[in-house]
Design a protein around this ligand. Structure first.
Ligand code: AMP
Length: 198
């Protein structure tokens, strides 16, 4: 399977859809947010550094994130394709990812962008706060995360478009989780030659 980059604002469902895709196509899954939260839970030095940024709704510095990502990628079995969930979040990270994969004879595959209106995002994140108790799922930090998303991450959408690998899925059109996942599976299968155009 081709690699997949899942892209979207906080609360857009990147983790949920990544899990579904990974399960269906038996792909590797790297969630940089999960990696960082595990480090925090284990009380590592990296966790301590990461916590300061995460609790403030800020991004971890690029150089650090890029190292973490590369070592995580190299620890996964090769050949089945990997889903990148929450990475890249800046242009520098995207350039680094492209180079890291090219150095290994791989490529980015396809980018899947989840487009969800901001009021729906806020509703979902506050609901998740009650379910999972994530420290950064409170209204003040969520607002900061939206700001960071708009200023640092959203411009990447055009970067991926220029790479010719962007596929967008709009909640406003597809409306349900099932509608989104079906459309995503179809695009993945078409990209991998598992399905021919109707
Ligand atoms: P997530 O679980 O993807 O929402 O990530 C939670 C938090 O982890 C983010 O708000 C950032 O502080 C940090 N984080 C996760 N991925 C990255 C990344 N690629 N670059 C910088 N910071 C990240």
């Amino acid at each position: 399977m081709k690699n997949i980059i899942i892209f979207g604002a906080p609360g857009s469902g990147k983790g949920t859809y990544s899990d579904e895709i990974a399960k269906r196509y038996n792909m590797g899954h790297i969630s940089t947010g999960d990696v960082l939260r595990a480090e925090i839970k284990n009380g590592t030095e990296l966790g301590l550094v990461a916590k300061g940024y995460i609790d403030n709704g800020q991004l971890i510095p690029d150089a650090l994130m890029i190292d973490i990502l590369a070592s995580k990628y190299d620890s996964l079995p090769q050949g089945q394709g990997v889903i990148f969930d929450g990475f890249p979040r800046t242009i520098a990270q995207a350039e680094a990812l492209k180079k890291m994969l090219a150095d290994r004879g791989h490529d980015m595959g396809m980018m899947i962008e989840l487009i969800v209106p901001e009021d729906v995002l806020m509703f979902r994140l506050l609901r998740r706060a009650g379910l999972e108790g994530r420290a950064d799922d409170n209204e003040e930090t969520i607002r900061k995360r939206f700001e960071v998303y708009h200023s640092q991450t959203e411009p990447l959408s055009r970067w991926f478009e220029a790479e010719g690998i962007r596929h967008t899925f709009d909640w406003g059109i597809l409306l349900t989780k099932e509608g989104m996942i079906e459309a995503i599976f179809e695009a993945i299968e078409r990209e991998n030659g598992l399905k021919t155009d109707k």
